[in-house]
Design a binder for this molecule. Sequence first.
Ligand SMILES: [Zn+2]
Length: 494
Amino acid sequence: MKINSDIKSLCLYGINELLLEKEDFDYTINKLIHLLEVEDYSDSDVGDIEVVEPSSLLRPILNYAFTKGLFKPDTTTQRDLFEAKIMDILLPRPSTINYLFDKLLSDDPVKATNYFYKLSQKSNYIKTERTSKNIIWKSDTPYGPFDITINLSKPEKDPRDIIKQGKTTSSTYPKCLLCKEQVGFYGNQSKPGRTNHRIVHMELNKEDFYLQYSPYVYYNEHSIVLKKEHEPMNVTINTFKRLFDFVDKLPHYFLGSNAGLPIVGGSILSHEHYQGGRHHFPIEDAKILSEHIIDDITIRQLHWPLSVIRLVSKNRETVIKTADKLFKFWENYNDLEAGILSHTDKPHNAITPIARKDGDLYILDVTLRNNQTSDEFPLGIFHPHPENHHIKKENIGLIEVMGLAVLPARLKHELQEIKNVILNNENLPKNNIHYEWVTYLKGEYKGKDIDEFINKEVALKFVKCIENSGVFKQTSAGKKQFDRFTRELINYLS
Ligand SMILES: [Zn+2]
């Protein structure tokens, strides 16, 4: 039977790609034939296995499992769940992965992350076959080249899955998708399984944290660092200490935290976590508007759509202390002319801190945020404004702050439709969300290369979204307000 050779091929893949030891071969075969309910297994000659990614090996096995009724309905979600159970069998236990990661880390941090990242890809936890479909480009903006990605790898919910989920009651274990208890979790009626999910322990600021990779990889080696305890997001001096402990251990990675307040923070506020990775972001090349030196630290104002202060020093303790003072200063800063109110009945000022190293320099980019709402802007005053929602409506988190736009999958088709409309000099229906934008684009187009033109205009729209999120605007009044803030900050720090 073909399933026999498929199982054997998968085990050989496991050995070739170093997830499995030769001594584990028969043991793994037995686990797989049990999971797949194969009763008449026999060894077969499968020849050499040459596979770069596991999806092609898994597909026939999943087809077999569905035909046998081992999962239903036949949706991407149910396939992914069953696939995770298969790959879990091929993966080492978390303790082995931790041991190997730590051993490599003491020798060379790059080797340690290479090992863990490849493991996450080879186990198909990161589905390279899907992430390679993401649309990615760079476009010039007044702030330098920006990175844009239309993320197509996050599967859309199938209505059949929603029906299946709707019939179930919710449980409280694990408390959230980020909790460490997700490791090897089989899933239940209300929570998806993540059986092939692995994390490695890292001590940051003498506290327990875990490193994992994001299955949707918005950029190279997109990592998530989560706290052992399920505690809400909260930016304090400990955040800066943890971020710098992380980049001291993995100097080729950056690590940043979203703000601790809603609207200006990330999508999960209930569990303390950070995002990092190995990618050169546009913000790193931002022009410097001004520079002040106090003892051993340099304080820079960046030319950026959001209001960013960069702290640079060889002395990490100075950066941590200065960041703490800066945050305290900002938390109580009001500028009524700029519409910045630090408190009403609750606090509104927050920061998005992002840490990295450059040789022996410690760098912290601190983005000033404010989460007030108003009757005019119920989703947030410093949030993408309604006229830009047709491109992006979601919170501007630290990835966007750094100049990488993560745009919704729907844009793939919508932008194609827009290109056709412009090329054929047609109009979109008046109720189309892009109607006004397309009217503007038709005036700007003038026979340019359509793909390049649209890519650039999307980037400029995204810049508008993050300019909306900036507390000091890119106007002469806004620049004066940012200068006033910086002057008062320098006085406070001196
Ligand atoms: Zn949690």
